[in-house]
Design a protein around this ligand. Structure first.
Ligand code: NAP
Length: 266
């Protein structure tokens, strides 16, 4: 089996990376950064997001596992003290895999310009580079509203605990194939009106966003930011691809939510 290890780059993560690499080589696993079967992320969720985007073209062939060193580590279930145990589990292949839904976002440009497709593990957000975002929101081919405000966040179930949560979105279990649309500071008064609540769309519903103003759009995809000019539409739906996590022991989602957000307070 071929493996790659991605470190957050701090001293602790780098030294764990070296240790794990040597242990895995001792078990006759092959270090292959181009075509790994398993990618071990050492750091936090930011590191796992980075790893996901590094191997985005081989999601069907690569499984991810996270070791967390200090940060929140919502996606990472292994502690640094457990790496020997993890190496033995990895060496015992085959391992079981759980799949989580991800988000597909297609940006289309005016006058038949190029079409750009992004995959997100957490979310995509849309903001205007100049003033309020004014954008028509269509759900399943029907106009739903015209949104005016700071922006929209379209998240995956596993990303629902990230930016989406800060916007008052619901936490969605990743076994549910859905995407969530959360508003960022919508303008609501006698003249302008949006729904004001997060929307959760099932896997077979497509969200289409059509800008009403000719401004550049800032589109974020997880930790990355892109500027798009002359946008005709932004299409979001649950992607056909999924992220695959290697699971060596149970890792209940609600326990993770509790441990990350509640644990020390009651
Ligand atoms: P960052 O600003 O350095 O860190 C964002 C924080 O979100 C980190 O504490 C990270 O955990 C945590 N996080 C990431 N994915 C998560 C998830 N699925 N569930 C719970 N927490 C999660 O940015 P970054 O490390 O490059 O990560 C980019 C992400 O930041 C975006 O995908 C977005 O979700 C999030 N973000 C949040 C806000 C907000 O909450 N207001 C605003 C902008 C962006 P670790 O410490 O373990 O890395």
């Amino acid at each position: 089996m071929k493996f790659a290890i991605i470190s957050r780059g701090d001293q602790i993560s780098n030294s764990l990376q070296m240790k794990m690499k040597n242990y895995l080589l001792d078990f006759d696993l092959v270090h292959d950064e181009q075509e790994p079967d398993i990618v071990i992320s050492i750091g936090g969720d930011g590191t796992l997001l980075y790893a996901f985007h590094q191997y985005i073209n081989r999601l069907d062939k690569t499984a991810f596992v996270g070791v967390h060193t200090g940060h929140l580590g919502f996606y990472a279930d292994w502690m640094p003290s457990e790496i020997e145990k993890l190496v033995i589990e990895i060496a015992k292949t085959p391992f079981s895999v759980v799949e989580y839904p991800i988000l597909e976002t297609i940006v289309r440009h005016i006058d038949g310009g190029q079409e750009v497709c992004y995959l997100a593990l957490n979310e995509a957000t849309v903001k205007s580079s100049d003033g309020s975002l004014v954008i028509d929101v269509e759900v399943k081919g029907q106009k739903f509203e015209t949104f005016r405000g700071d922006g929209l966040c379209i998240s995956t179930p596993s990303g629902s605990t990230a930016y989406n949560k800060a916007l008052g979105g619901a936490i969605i279990h990743p076994s549910i194939e859905a995407l969530q649309v959360a508003e960022m500071a919508s303008i609501n008064n006698r003249v302008f009106r949006t729904i004001g609540s997060p929307l959760i769309l099932p896997g077979h519903h497509t969200l289409m966003l059509k800008p009403k103003k000719e401004t550049d759009l800032l589109i974020t995809v997880d930790h990355k930011t892109f500027i798009h000019k002359d946008v005709k539409s932004i299409q979001c739906r649950v992607a056909d691809q999924k992220i695959r996590f290697a699971r060596f022991r149970p890792f209940p989602f609600w326990k993770r939510v509790r441990d990350s957000f509640i644990a020390d307070h009651n």
